[in-house]
Structures are given as C-alpha cells and as structure tokens.
Design a protein around this ligand. Structure first.
Ligand code: BJ8
Length: 422
C-alpha cells in the first residue's frame, strides 16, 4: 500500500492503532480471496480497491472537500444518495463490518447490541477509519432501535441528520417518506450551499440507476450453472459499491460482467456444475464481513445470490427516470426506496415473496438465513421465513453470529451438515 500516514495523521486518526488493522487485512484477504482458483481477471480492480481501502478513495474524498465539496456518510440503503450527488456532494457508506471496532463500540453501547452498530460506533470513537473522519455529515435513519439510539451518541461527534423511515407501506406512508426526502433535500442544500435542481437530480438518478443495472447484470451471470464467479467475489463487489465512485464502479463492474458472460457462454465456472447452490438471506454484510460466504464456499457450495441489503435489495428496483420536475422526481424516489423490504416494516411479507422468487430464479438448493446477533427484527422474522420455505420444501438453515471468529468451527460443522442434506 502507498504511504498514507501523513493523511491519516492530518485526519486526527489513531495511526498506531490503525497500523494493527492494516497489518491484519492483507493476511485475511489473501487467505479468503486471493487463494480462490480461477478468479475472473476483472476482480483485479476490486482487489486493488481493498488493498488501498483506506488510501485511494479517502484521498479522492479529501480532494473533493478541498474543492469545496461535502461528504455525507450513510448507514442504510434507505438514504437516497441521489439527493447528495445532485447537490454536488458525495455519499459514502459507513457501516462497520469488522470485529476490530467492536470493543470500542462496547465501551459506550450495551454488549447485547448488534455488531454492525457496535462496529460503526466503534470505528468513529476509535479514530481508526478515515471514512468516519472525513464525512462532514452523517445521515442515519429510524430503522431499528439500536441504530436510533446509537445516532444520539454519534450526533455528539459530527453533524447528524436522521431520516424517519415509516414502519408500514400504506399509501400514506409512501407520502410521508416523500416528505422526508423533501426535508432531506433542504438539509443537503443548506449544508452544501448548492441547490438540488431537477436537471442535477435527473443526472444522479440515471447515474445510480446505471450502478444498479451493472450489479443486476453481475447477478444475472450467477444464475448460470456452473457459476462463473464465486459468491465471495460478488459480495466484495457489492460491498465496494457502497463507497466507490459510482461511475467508475459501474464501468469496472460492466467490464467484469463482459468477462463473466463469456465464461457462461463457454460453460466455464469456479465450482463444478451441479454443486449445491446456496442463497443467503437476512442481515447485511458490511466490508470486511466475509465469514459466512467463506465458510459455505470452502465446503464446496457456491453462494449464488444474497437477499440482503448487500445483495438484491440494493439494486433490484430502479428509480423511474421519466419525471423531470422536482415533485415528480421526489415521488419516484419515494416509491423506489419504499420497495426495499427491510424487517423493520410490518408486515414484511414482500421479503418472503422475494426469497421464494429468487430461490426459483437462481435455482437454489438451500437457503441460509443469516442473522447478526442481537438483531431482533430479522431473527423474529426468521420464523415466517422458515414457515414459507418449509411449505415449499426448500432446505433451510438459520444462523445467528457476530463478527468474531470464535464460533467459526461450530458454524463450519453446522454448514457442512446442512450441505450434506442437499
Ligand atoms: S434497510 S437491513 S441497511 S436497516 S442488523 S443495524 S436492522 S439490529 S442493518 Fe439495515 Fe437499512 Fe434494514 Fe437494510 Fe439494526 Fe438489525 Fe443490526 Fe441492521
């Protein structure tokens, strides 16, 4: 990695502690990723992004700030990035996916908080993540109780805006979400000093739709048997989508897709044809959370689709591009975002319909329901997921875990036993 020490020091980071994180990453990435066979050439770009994870993109964000631009950090796929880009800002994901940040999170949060929240708070308090240092404003949402309360702690550190996500999906709720987006536009305009014009919003809607189209194209290739890319690699690309430059990400993902489509034509894959195909559903996997994919694929079964916010929920729906007036665009945004089926909604039966549909489309042999520990929303919804899958005779495994490696061997035994049943 190039030397970014001066930049990290200038950002007020705890550079000595951060060195420990930098030392651990190459080994973890090498063991989990670089050891895979027949990886697509197109993954080289994503390898590079990971190798330079705290260097290249933070440098770009700082250059943007030097030109007078603002950076907004987000934690949920409900926050409409289109608004930020339309005001000349940059949106970047901030969700913490590493055990490294959990202890600092636990110093202020109850231990029985979801690891995603603990790691996100810990990354800020520990001063070991440049993205958390650079973001001028954080944007949270009212999806789960743990997050809502964590925002109050982070708001003591950084300018913070919270979007009130409705809990139901009735027409009046979509109207309320449109009002929230309107309010968000005002906040972003004031903070950046730039107006969100219909022209600029149209451009950012098209830009982010193109990113979604590229991800959809990538996922399409995973429907093939043999599958041309591992689930781990597809997950990595999706995780990077949250903070990379959107246009560059789209271009690089489309390049990767061209290679994968050729592989599919030639019948080439990274697992043998007929290997048991796994879907993972449930809570998101923020970078560098690769634990479950690694376990499943090391046992010989490709993960072919993720019904998750680091999966299909992130890209399946596009924003309607037709409206060219601000009111019409806000409604188009509200309608698109409200199609995301998060367990914070009641009822959330559309998620179950999605799981059943994706199981068919991707010809999956078994489904692993992945729950981050202490996420009451998704673990409660597991009951209904299991009921629906049992009714269809689709094999199901429920896993509740955190970011640590402590339960790795125990999980391996359970995953292997599950795969033997398929
Ligand atoms: S739209 S899934 S990104 S909220 S896992 S922090 S829910 S306790 S992440 Fe999410 Fe938005 Fe929903 Fe998607 Fe809370 Fe559960 Fe933790 Fe979660």
């Amino acid at each position: 990695m190039a030397d970014y020490r001066k930049m990290w020091e200038d950002l007020g980071m705890n550079v000595d502690k951060h060195d420990l994180l930098c030392e651990a990453l190459p080994d973890a990435f090498g063991g989990i990723y670089l050891s895979q066979e027949k990886r697509p050439e197109g993954m080289n770009y994503f390898n590079f992004v990971v190798a330079e994870i705290h260097g290249v993109r933070p440098t770009e964000l700082l250059e943007h700030q030097a030109r007078g631009g603002k950076v907004f950090g987000t934690f949920c796929v409900y926050v409409p990035d289109e608004v930020v880009f339309a005001a000349g800002g940059i949106a970047t994901g901030l969700c913490g996916g590493s055990q490294f940040w959990v202890p600092a999170g636990e110093s202020v949060l109850p231990v029985n908080t979801c690891p995603l929240i603990k790691a996100s708070v810990g990354a800020r308090l520990d001063r070991t993540c440049p993205f958390f240092r650079i973001a001028d404003m954080y944007v949270g949402e009212t999806t789960c109780d743990g997050k809502k309360k964590a925002w109050e702690i982070l708001a003591g550190e950084v300018p913070f805006h919270v979007m009130d996500v409705p809990q139901m999906k009735r027409p009046q709720d979509i109207g309320r979400w449109a009002d929230e987006i309107k309010g968000f536009i005002k906040v972003v305009e004031e903070f950046t000093g730039n107006r969100v014009t219909p022209e600029a919003l149209h451009q950012s809607i098209v830009m982010l739709n193109n990113k979604r189209r590229a991800l959809k194209r990538l996922y399409e290739t995973r429907k093939a048997d043999p599958v041309p890319i591992s689930g781990k690699d597809a997950l990595l690309a999706t995780e990077i989508a949250f903070y990379d430059d959107p246009s560059r990400f789209t271009e690089m993902t489309n390049n990767l897709c061209e290679e994968l489509e050729q592989r599919v034509k030639r019948g080439e894959g990274v697992f043998p044809a007929g290997a048991p195909r796994i879907m993972i559903t449930g809570t998101p996997m923020a970078i560098p959370n690769w634990k479950l994919h690694h376990l499943v694929e090391s046992a010989g079964a490709p993960v072919v689709v993720e019904e998750s916010c680091t999966g299909t929920r992130y890209f399946e729906h596009l924003v309607e591009e037709e409206p060219r007036d601000l009111d019409g665009q806000i409604i188009a945004l509200a309608e698109r975002y409200m199609k995301t089926n998060c367990a914070c909604f009641t009822p959330n039966s559309n998620r179950i319909q999605d799981i059943l549909r994706l199981a068919q489309e991707y010809r999956v042999d078994g489904i692993i329901d992945y729950n981050l520990q202490f996420c009451g929303l998704y673990s409660t919804e597991s009951y209904l997921v299991k009921q629906a899958l049992d009714a269809q005779g689709i094999p199901y495994l429920h896993i509740e875990t955190d970011y640590s490696e402590q339960d790795f061997e125990q999980l391996r035994t359970r995953v292997e036993a599950f795969l033997e049943r398929l």
